[in-house]
Structure formats: C-alpha cells, structure tokens
Ligand binder design. Structure first.
Ligand code: GAL
Length: 801
C-alpha cells in the first residue's frame, strides 16, 4: 500500500502514535438503583434508596411484570405493564476530571426520560428510541460523590402498536474528554469515489473548543483496516476560536480498497485524533466501509456493480424473553440465524434501533433500511409519537441521521412507515420537510417511506415528489403494473407477507386461508390460539411467504423485499385476542427457534444444499398426513416411508415446495434429493418413542466473565434414540449454579402467559429455551433441567473465562 504522508506528519506521528487514548469512555451500566413509581425527591443527595433494587442496565421493567388482560398497554403491546419508574446511581469522578468535559450518553430510554445530576435537570427526551447525551461538567463534584437520577415515564398508554419495553433499556456510558474535542456524533465520513482500484474518503469533523482561549492543534485522520493497520493518513494544522465549534475537512485516498459487501463485509475505521503540541487531546472512532450501490427503475438494486436482490426482513427491537433489554449477544444470535437463512438486509421497524444492532449489521453484512418513525402528526394510537411531533421531530430526525450516517450498512433512510398523512394533502409538506432534513445531513442514500397506497391520486407522500425510492407495503399482485404506473421510479417492497405460523403446530393444508377481512372480525382459528406452520395462513392485506417470493423473484425492477417479520416479537398477536400476546408473523419464533418456512427461504436465498421435510412423524395410525419438502440444488426428491418409496417429485414451474399425502404409519420417513441421479442430501425423521431424557444444547461452550455475555440453551425431551418428542409439553425446572444466572425462558408459544423471568418453562411442541447470563463470577456454569417425573435430569456445563 502506498501511503501519501506529509513529511511533518511522519516525524510527528512517530512520537505520538504511542498514545492511543485521550478520551475516556466508561461503561456506566452498573450499580443503579431502581424503583417502580414516581419519586421526584430522588434527585436529592439525602434521599434514601435503601428499599430500591440494585441492578445493572440495560433494564426493562415491563418484561418483569405479569400479563394482564386489562393492562393499559393493551394487546398491541402484549398486555405487559408500563407505568413510571426511577433510576438512581451514586458515583465519583476523579478530581483531575475538573478540566474535562464530562457527558453521559444514553442509547435509548423508553420513554419521556428526564435526567438529573446532583439535583439539576439536564433535560428531558420523549422519544424512547433516540440516542442522546448530556454534558454534566458544570454540575459535577469532582473527586467526590455525585448523584444521577433518571425519571422514566411510560405511563400514558396505549402508546405503541407493538411492545416497547420500559426503562433504560439500552447502554449508558460516561465520557470524559478534554475541553477541545470532537463533538458527539461529530464526524461524517463519505466515500465519493469507490472502485476496486481506488477509493476517496471525505471526512467532516465538528470540533468543539470549550476553552476560554483560542486553540491551535493538529488534526490527524488515520484510516485503519480490519487488522488495525494504518493504510492512509493525513494531518492538518488548525486553529479554533474560544468557546466555539468549527467544521474541519480532511480528504484522503486509498488504492485497492477492500470493498464491503453482504458476503464479505470488510470494515475499516477512521481514527480522528487531536494533538496540542505533541500531546494527544482527543481520539474518536468512526466506522467506514467502501461500497457503492444503486437503485435502478428497471434493474433493481446493485451493490458494487453486482445486481443484488435485497432479501430482507423487518425486525422490531425486542429481544424476546429479555424484553427490550439490549444485548449484543442476543442480537448476534438472531442475526446469525437470519444470515444462515440467506437474508441480506434488515429493515429497522419502525424506529431507530440500538448502536449494537447497527454495528452488527456492518460487521455481519446486512443492508439496512434505517427507519425514523411509525407516526407523524396524525396518531395511530392515543399516546403515540404524534403528541411529540411538533416539538421534537426535527431534533429527533437530525440526531438519528447523525448517529447512523457513518454505518456503511445503511443504504436507505425511511422517513416513516404507513404514515397516515399519505391520505391527506398535509402529507406533501411534511414529506418535503423531512426529506430536506435528511438531505441536509446525508445526500448519499435515498430517502424512502413505506407506503400502503399505490393509487397515485390518493397518496400525498408520493405526490410530494420528495422520495428517491418508493417503498410499498403489501399488495404484491399490484407490483406488475408499477413499471408503467410509476415509470422511471425506483421501487422496493418495503414490507411484505404478514403470514402467520406457530412453530411445530400443523393443521393439514386445505388451501390458503386469509384471516378476517377486517380488524376485529372473528378469526376462524384454533381453540389453543395456534396457527398452522404450513405456509397457508395469511393476513387479509398480506400474502403467504411463497406467494410473495414468487412475485418478487420474477420482477427485476423490484429492488427487493422486507418480510414482515424475521422473528416473532412481543405484542401485535393479531388475529387472536388475549391470551395471545406475541406476534405470529416471524419466520423464527420468539424463542429464536426457526419455523418450517425458514427452510423455504434458505432453499431459495442461499446456494447451500437444503432439504427440509415437515411435519414431525408422530401421528395417529392411518391418519392422512401432508408431507412437504423444501429443497434446492436437486432435480427431484424421493420420499420413503419405512423403506418403501412413495414416489419421486420435482418442483414444477415456480413451485417452492413439493408435497405428498401420506397415510401415517409409525417409523421412519426419509427424503432423498438427487441431481443427475446422484444423491445431494438425505433427511430422516423418526416417530419418537417414550421419553428417555432431557436434551440440552447450548449455543456456545464458553461464556465471557463480563456480566453481559449470554448463552442460549435449547431444551427438549428425546427418546432413547435421541428423537425429539414433538408434542412434549412438560414443565422444565431450571437451576443454574456457578458463574451464570437465568435471565429468561421462552417456548415460542404466542399465547403462553407464564413469565419470561420464571425458573421454569413448559416445553411447547417439544422445545423451550433457557437464557443464561454471566454473573461476573469466574466459575463454570451448570444448568440443571428437570421435570420431576421419571425423565432423567439434564445437565450442561458451560465454561466461563
Ligand atoms: C403492517 C405494519 C406493521 C405491522 C404489520 C402486521 O401494515 O406496517 O407494523 O403492523 O402490518 O401485518
């Protein structure tokens, strides 16, 4: 790599590169006190928190509560409680921080937070999804004790169409920098030219000088590659007035950059450093990836010049049994599953997600549609964001864009989902205003909005002319007309499908069923609130997974699709009433266990050989059973029951599965896929016999001793040959000893009213999960699972290091 270094920079950098850190960033999650209710006196130093809980953030109090049919949050939020709560923490800062600027950064507090330091209010923030920071310096007692108190008010309900959680549910950091420093979200990196041969890098840095004097300094930009090796740098000598902010610009170039794509998400970093004389004053990191992309009205989307269908899913922010508690390990688990399914894109429904989520999308290679909101001025539910719109939307949108505009994974800004103003002329001005705010901060990505109305005269967001990319939700039958109707426009299916399934539950297909033709109408469903896992039940506005994908895959102009949803989420259990409390739309259930349709996508969206058969093989003798197979990379599949061939089948035309009707007899059902007469894959399922033991499968062997790391253990009951009992519903009791604690249990059943925080969980269709978190002790963890009857106890050991 040839690096252009200015001579003075070379001399300079030798002496100073040894210093790496000037800015101090501390984890501020530990040792908070918490109590439900309203305690305005808690801002005072002499207030006693003796009867408050001590906990580690991130924390969500809603998930700890009981499901209540009469909950103010209602069904859309999963019948869990909300209310008010206070957090309070005592901390000291070193005396020598007196000369520094000290800030507290919150990645998200749901909602209406107000933060107090030593009795002074620092400000309030209604929006629960926005990341924000406050400077504390002028109110701090240096070298002495300080009290920070946070009021959280999530009482006005209902305020959302899905589960939000309540509390300080994302990370908090304390940041100390010198008075001369890079501002919060103060960098903006773009890559005006990118090719395999060369990339140019344009960096804008906002520098704050809070000193009472003019400052001269050196601004150093280094580009480091994924191995932390510097590959380009530049230095400038700068001057900034007292008590002021200034924008500084650096331009760099790099030969043969490694490009970021969804298979090889190669990442660089921009390291910004400020030096006064030769002393490092501040250091700041910005993510960087080299990629170029294009949306085309005829050819759809391309990434780095390669035509690429956006194979996306929408996700809400909750982490299942953990509630809204943000945890990078929980996120990585679900994103890994989605990646293995062939998914290459995530739509952040319908609000800013966490920093960890953004970071993982960068690292794991997901294209992101980053979304601002579900509501503008016109409400969807009584107490939603429309109440804060006038006072806050500008600042919220600006902060959101500034926070996320450096992530290379972000390729679209959605200014809203299914916004009501689509349908009236006020939508025109608001769309233009929002698009202009976005463009003033980032012109490198298209502005889109997820629209439902595709009749031009009725859609005022469209009529504003301010969208670069048209997002359409549902109505896949209409897509074929779009190239003519929206001639020259770039289009993406911003939301599709909304089919419903319960993992492991099978009603034999009798054709595609749509649920009610209007909200609230009776659903001809099952008495136990399950929905068949055959891809046959869809919402009246949606499509089955197969219907949607068959359409999208044939339409080149369509940039791609975002399936509603990748994973079940708490709330919106439509079409069922209480006790259903979580959604049925996921390709993966709430516990993170794939439903069968996962393998349809895997067979279509990946190149790896797939052969999946459903259902399980424990039925009544002579019962007619529909057997489906999802497969790829093969010409045909042959099915055998107890060694006897039931015939070969192959997908015809645009089929996405094949099926047989089989008269059940116990034994072994085996599928064999072949290409050119050669076996590609074989898959067997067996009738499970008597319960023999509890099977525990941990998703990792070693847990980090850091109080955050998680291990997910999948629990099932198997027979003596290891076959899963597909109907087992035993109550499993858990005991955890050593360096971990149980932080959540779930079985993915949408109508399960047992607490996610219990020490036990009922198997549902044979499975459940236990989530264990490091408790900080460096001791191996033992999880003991027992049913209390004659099934032997299951044990698993997880090493802690
Ligand atoms: C969409 C909406 C989503 C979700 C979904 C359920 O119209 O954008 O947030 O409610 O319906 O099918």
């Amino acid at each position: 790599m040839i690096l252009k270094k200015i001579t003075i920079a070379l001399l300079f950098s030798v002496s100073v590169f040894a210093q790496k850190q000037a800015r101090i960033v501390e984890d501020f999650n530990k040792n908070w006190n918490f109590k439900l209710g309203d305690y305005p006196e808690a801002v005072n130093a002499n207030f006693s928190t003796a009867d408050w809980r001590t906990l580690q953030l991130p924390h969500d109090w809603s998930i700890e509560g009981a499901f209540d049919k009469d909950s103010k949050t209602k069904q859309a939020q999963g019948f869990l409680p909300a209310g008010k709560g206070w957090y309070r923490k005592t901390f000291t800062v070193p005396a020598n921080w007196k000369k520094k600027t000290v800030s507290v950064e919150f990645d998200g507090v749901f909602k209406n937070s107000e933060v107090f330091i030593n009795g002074h209010s620092l400000g309030m923030r209604p929006n629960g999804y926005i990341s924000f920071a406050y400077e504390l310096s002028q109110f701090l007692n240096f070298g002495k004790q300080n009290i920070i108190a946070v009021k959280v008010d999530n009482d006005a309900q209902p305020n959302s169409r899905w589960y939000t959680g309540s509390g300080i549910y994302r990370n908090v950091r304390l940041v100390a920098s010198e008075k001369l420093h890079v501002a919060k979200w103060g960098t903006y990196v773009t890559t005006p030219e990118v090719s395999k041969d060369k990339a140019t890098i344009h960096l804008e840095v906002i520098i704050n000088n809070e000193n009472a004097s003019v400052k001269e300094f050196k601004l150093v930009t280094s580009i480091v590659n994924a191995d932390n090796v510097e590959v380009a740098n530049t230095t400038s000598t700068e001057k900034i007035g007292a008590k002021t902010s200034a924008k500084k610009i650096h331009n760099l170039a790099l030969n043969q950059p490694k490009l970021w794509n969804t298979e090889n998400p190669y990442l660089y970093k921009v390291i910004t450093k400020i030096y006064e004389k030769s002393k490092l004053i501040d250091n700041y990191e910005t993510p960087l990836g080299f990629r170029y992309f294009n949306f085309d009205a005829e050819k759809g989307f391309s990434l780095n010049g390669v035509p690429t269908k956006i194979l996306g899913v929408c996700l809400h922010h909750d982490n299942g049994a953990l509630g809204a508690v943000e945890n990078i390990h929980a996120l990585r688990r679900k994103l890994t599953l989605l990646k293995e399914m062939g998914c290459n894109a995530i739509r952040m429904a319908h609000n800013p997600h966490s920093l960890e989520m953004m970071k993982l999308c960068d690292e794991m290679g997901f294209i992101v549609q980053d979304e601002f909101t579900d509501v503008w001025k016109k409400k969807k539910v009584t107490n939603d964001y429309h109440k804060d719109w006038d006072a806050w939307h500008k600042q919220d949108l600006e902060d959101f864009i500034k926070r996320d505009r450096n992530y290379p994974s972000v390729m679209m800004w959605s200014i809203g989902n299914e916004i009501r103003e689509q349908f009236d002329s006020t939508g025109i001005a608001i769309t233009r205003e929002l698009a202009q705010i976005v463009k003033s901060l980032d012109k490198t990505r298209p502005v889109t909005s997820a629209l439902t109305e595709n009749v031009i005269e009725k859609n005022f967001i469209y009529q504003s002319g301010a969208l670069d990319l048209l997002g359409f939700n549902y109505k896949h039958e209409d897509y074929k007309d779009f190239p003519v109707k929206f001639k020259g426009q770039k289009i993406i299916a911003s939301e599709s499908v909304s089919a419903l399934e319960t993992r492991g539950h099978y009603d034999f297909p009798d054709g595609i069923k749509a649920w009610p033709t209007k909200h609230g109408a009776a659903f001809d469903g099952n008495a136990d609130w399950t929905v068949s896992a055959y891809d046959q039940v869809k919402s009246y506005w949606g499509a089955t997974h197969e219907e949607n994908w068959k359409t999208i895959k044939k339409q080149d102009f369509m940039a791609g699709t975002f399936i509603w949803t990748g994973v079940d989420y708490i709330g919106e259990p439509d079409p069922y009433p209480y006790p259903a409390r979580s959604s049925y739309f996921g390709i993966i259930d709430l516990a993170g266990l794939p439903k069968d349709v996962y393998y349809m996508y895997q067979s279509e969206w990946t190149k790896k050989p797939v052969l999946h058969i459903l259902p399980h093989w424990n039925w009544q003798k002579d019962q007619e059973v529909d057997v489906w197979a999802y497969y790829n990379n093969a010409d045909e599949v042959e099915l055998f029951l107890n060694g006897k061939s039931l015939g070969k089948k192959a997908k015809q035309n645009d089929d996405l599965h094949i099926s047989w009707q089989v008269k059940y007899e116990p034994g072994t059902l085996k599928a064999v896929s072949r290409k050119d007469g050669k076996v590609v894959l074989e898959k067997e399922i067996h009738t499970a016999g008597e319960a023999s033991r509890i099977d525990l499968k941990a998703d990792k062997v070693t847990l980090k001793n850091d109080t955050y790391d998680l291990v997910y253990v999948t629990v099932s009951i198997v027979d003596k040959d290891g076959n899963l009992l597909p109907n087992a519903n035993d109550l499993i009791n858990f005991e955890v000893t050593g360096g971990g604690k149980l932080v959540g249990v779930d079985n993915g059943y949408q109508a399960n009213l047992d607490s996610f925080k219990a020490n036990s969980c009922k198997l549902f269709n044979g499975k459940c999960i236990a989530i264990i978190q490091s408790n900080g002790k460096k001791k191996d963890i033992q999880l003991k699972a027992s049913t209390g009857d004659n099934v032997s106890v299951g044990m698993v050991t997880i090493k802690v290091d």
